[in-house]
Every structure is written in structure tokens, then in C-alpha cells.
Design a protein around this ligand. Sequence first.
Ligand SMILES: Cc1ncc(COP(=O)(O)O)c(C=O)c1O
Length: 391
Amino acid sequence: MRTQCNPSRFISNSMQKVPPSGIRKFFDMASGSEDVISLGVGEPDYVTPWHIREACIHSIEHGETSYTSNYGLMELREEISRSYVKRHGVYYDPEEEILVTTGVSEALDLAIRAITNPGDEIIVVQPSYVAYVPSVIFAGGVPVTIGARGENDFKITAAEIEAAITNKTKAVIINYPNNPTGATIGKDELEAIADVIVEHDIMMISDDVYERLTYEGTHTCFSALEGMRDRTIMLNGFSKAYSMTGFRMAYAMAAPEIINSMMLIHQYSMLCAPITAQVGAIEALRNGEEEVGKMVREYDRRRKLIVGGLNDLGLDCFNPRGAFYAFPSIKSTGLTSDEFAERLLHEQNVVTIPGDIFGDTGAGYLRCAYAASREDIKEALDRIGTFVDGL
Ligand SMILES: Cc1ncc(COP(=O)(O)O)c(C=O)c1O
């Protein structure tokens, strides 16, 4: 008789180091309940603009159903290149410095794998998107987390980055406007960080997926800073600004050597991004400005509504200048982030995400996504008020 197989014996060591996402727990708790208002998901509540969907439909009607170049359609890479020249004055060669990927999620994985040797340290600035630390672990690297602090409006300083650098450090990952805090960071502060990156001869991975959702001030593109173009792997995509999460469309831009290594992994694991979604992305870049403008203006109204509302309830909330997240402190209630979010869900049917899921300095905060209608935001604020009053 053959012996029974124990599948868990085959799981790799690196997989065993990765905990499940803490966000999932809250979705699981909320699923099945009625009358739930969700400030949980980090996803636009808009359907993709019609002209983008229509371009995809036409493309299928015309029989565009094949693979594309591993790098992505040249037409799309040219549009991406033009958009960066126009917005930030930085040029990437569409031939060899741009790779079209299936979401920033894939671009992030490729970027880290392309530069990481086993044991290399990658500094992750937290509170941060939950995929950064696992992506470093999957690549055999060592994530070194450092915390941006609420007292500094969740901006990391050059000195804080420098203090974490060792002779094993390969790169730093930053994300502004930030998920989960909505924080942005100014040009001067980024320039100081750029000096540290050069001095220690390391790279920057900059996740700019929320770039277009900047409501106050202007977004500084890290690779546009002097001397930073070839030291930066720039990640950006269509999910948030164009409300195209389901299309899985994004891109990475970097020096040819880096893009070539990322492309090799992509070539063997993904081959290419889906052609239909690439056609949609071309349409988004060519004709999407008006719709982006409309969505951004509406998010801005919601931002003011929720931040003002939370402050009125005594939940101190700094002014997030980008993305679609408010990150109020709940320290005055005496509850932990987890207790607050769990009780708010059970007692008032409002989904929020505890801040410490995104890193230690998020403890005592709550992520409230305002990619929800103004009516829902008002109702959520009423319910949060009732909850806080009853504590
Ligand atoms: C900071 C950040 N980076 C990347 C992603 C993933 O984006 P994509 O849909 O392009 O994979 C998200 C999604 O929430 C995010 O918040």
C-alpha cells in the first residue's frame, strides 16, 4: 500500500514565513451581514469609464485576441512614455525602459525579484500596502521595516531611512500618496531622501499608483529628481486613477538593464499582459483626462466630508493630501485599532481596517477608505458617532 501524502510537508520555508493578510479577516467577518457600510476596500466605486470599455469591445470585435510583445504593445509604451514627459519632464525609452505588467502587483514582484539576492535587505517604509513585505520574502530577501510617524503626518524622513541602511541594503520601497494613510511627501523631503540613496549607492522602488489622486500640492516623481532616473524603479498603473482594477493594467519604468531582468521573469511567468486590457489602457491615456478629473474632484469632496466628520467626532485625523484613505487616530477612545474596528463592525455594521495591519506605527489608527458614495460616508460617520458616544 502506498503511504499517504502530507501536502504541507512540501510547502517552502519562505511561504511559511508569510502570514495571511489581516484585511481579509474583516471582509470575512462582514460577508453575509446585511446593512453593512464598507469603508474597507481600497478600490474605486466607479465602473470603468464607458469610452475605455468601448475601446476594449471594439478591439475584441476586430479580432485582437493574440499575445503581444513581452514588453507590451509599442503603442501603449509610447503613450506611457509621452505621459511621463508631459507630467514630470522625465523621458523613458519605450523600446527598452518600459514594461507593461498585470497590475502594479506584478510590477512590484518583478522589481523586487530582479534586484534581490538571498539575504539582501529591502527597506519597507510603513504604514504600507500589505504586499511589500511578503514580496520581499518571496524573493528570498529580508524586509527591514521602518515606520513613518503620525506626529510627522506619516512622512518618512531621510534620517529615518539612513538609520536603517546597512551594507546589505539593496533598495527602499516608498509609496506616496500612501495607502493606508493618504500622506504625500514634498519635493524638498524627497530630495533629502535622494541624497541618502546616492550616498549609500542603493536603489529606490517608488510605487506611484495613487499619483493622479493628489488633491493638494503637486506630486513629485522620484525619478525626475536630479540623478535619480537610473536609481529608481518607477511603478504606476491604471487601477485607481482610471477605475480599472479588474483590467490588471500597470507598468514599470527603469534603466534598460533593470527592465530587461524584470522582462525575463515576466516572459517566463506571464508572457505578456492581456491585449484587451492594453487596448483599454491606450484609450485611457489618450482620452481619459476628463473622466479622471471628474473622479478626482468627487474623491476630493468625499475627502473633505470624511476628514471633517471624523475630526468633529473627536477622532483626530490629519489632512491626507492624496489617495482615497483617511487615517484617523482612535487613541483617545482607549481601544486598540483591532478592538475599535471589530466592535464598530459588530455593533454598527461599518467596515474599517485597523491601522496596525499596515505596520507598527499604524497602531492606534484606523484606515477608512472614502471610495464610497457621499450618502454612505455620511451614514458611516453617524454610526461611528453613535459607537464612540456609547464607549
Ligand atoms: C499602494 C498600492 N500599490 C499597488 C496596489 C496594487 O495595484 P494593482 O491593482 O495595479 O495591482 C495597490 C492596491 O490597492 C496599492 O494600494
